[in-house]
Design a protein around this ligand. Structure first.
Ligand code: C2E
Ligand code: MG
Ligand code: MG
Ligand code: MG
Length: 279
């Protein structure tokens, strides 16, 4: 009897896996049409100094799927990386983010996430250069965020590309710092302009004493290397106060503001509602 139950359970898992696989294929199929059917949106989340002064925004991709509603990046970016669509999608995000930022009266910075695939396929340098020319955005206002995945694989190629982007005036941030296997070793290979401490360390600040020590250690390391630090996922005043005490430069998280259409943040970028309506 136990055996029969066991088999049943196996079959249940199998069908669940089939279901998941089918679902991924469906999503991947839908992704191919998402760009031309205008289903993508760019959300913007403010980045601020720890005293609260907003200094820029991170562009975060959203997919408004015709039947599923909003699909989060973690659910579809891996699929777009699998089939290579991330190259076109990533270019679209860059163009939207740069065009939006170029229209702001205040010269705030805009940060855009880049996928490792964008470093391997296509001509990233050329397309970024082209987008900057096209939108008129000053290169020093653009920051690209990369994870260590970019430096795994063809390390030399990725490094050369980063150097050329930096030569254009673009700033390079290391995202999700502390979650990878070799974040530390990458700090010696490339002069990053910013380190983003991963959200997981910030959300555990109060609950886990180890997290506070890790954040302190990252700050002390970054500061010894003269690299400014932004903390991700700051949700509470207690977290902000801790970061301010520890001389963390910047923060990003729900405490400052959630990712949203730029319309929610027009006052911050220096656009008055009258100007948007009647200009
Ligand atoms: P990320 O670059 O580390 O972005 C930060 C994530 O943390 C975002 O999730 C943001 O919504 C979330 N977040 C920000 N503040 C808080 C907070 O206070 N509390 C909590 N709980 N969460 C917070 P999101 O937008 O779902 O994006 C997830 C990941 O998807 C991003 O992580 C990034 O790696 C990737 N991604 C997003 N947009 C793009 C894109 O245009 N291109 C590429 N290649 N990847 C993207
Ligand atoms: Mg990011
Ligand atoms: Mg991150
Ligand atoms: Mg992340």
């Amino acid at each position: 009897r136990a055996k029969r139950e066991g088999r049943g359970r196996v079959r249940f898992f199998e069908s669940e896996m089939d279901q998941e696989l089918r679902d991924r294929r469906l999503l991947q199929h839908d992704l191919r049409q998402a760009l031309e059917q205008n289903q993508f949106l760019v959300y913007f989340q403010p980045q601020a100094r720890v005293d609260g002064e907003v200094i820029g925004f991170e562009a975060l991709l959203r997919w408004n799927h015709p039947t599923r509603g909003f699909v989060l990046p973690d659910q579809f970016i891996p699929l777009a990386e699998e089939n290579g669509l991330i190259v076109q999608i990533g270019e679209w995000v860059l163009r939207e983010a740069c065009r939006e930022a170029a229209s702001w009266p205040r010269p705030l910075q805009v940060a855009v996430n880049l996928s490792p695939i964008q470093f391997q396929a296509g001509d990233l340098e050329r397309s970024i250069h082209q987008i900057l020319l096209e939108t008129g955005l000053t290169p020093t206002r653009l920051e690209v965020e990369i994870t260590e995945g970019v430096l795994i694989g063809d390390f030399t190629r990725a490094l050369n590309l980063l150097r050329r982007l930096k030569a254009l005036g673009i700033r390079i941030a290391m995202d999700d710092f502390g979650t990878g296997y070799s974040s530390l070793s990458y700090l010696q290979s490339f002069p990053f302009d910013k380190i983003k401490i991963d959200r997981s360390f910030i959300s555990n600040l109060e609950a886990t004493p180890q997290s506070a020590e890790i954040v302190r250690a990252v700050l002390s390391l970054a500061h010894a290397l003269h690299i400014p630090v932004i903390a991700e996922g700051v949700e509470t005043e207690a977290q902000r106060a801790f970061l301010a005490r520890e001389a963390c430069e910047e923060m990003q998280g729900y405490l400052v503001g959630r990712p949203a259409l730029i319309e929610r943040y027009l006052d911050l970028v220096g656009v008055t509602v009258e100007r948007r309506l009647y200009a």
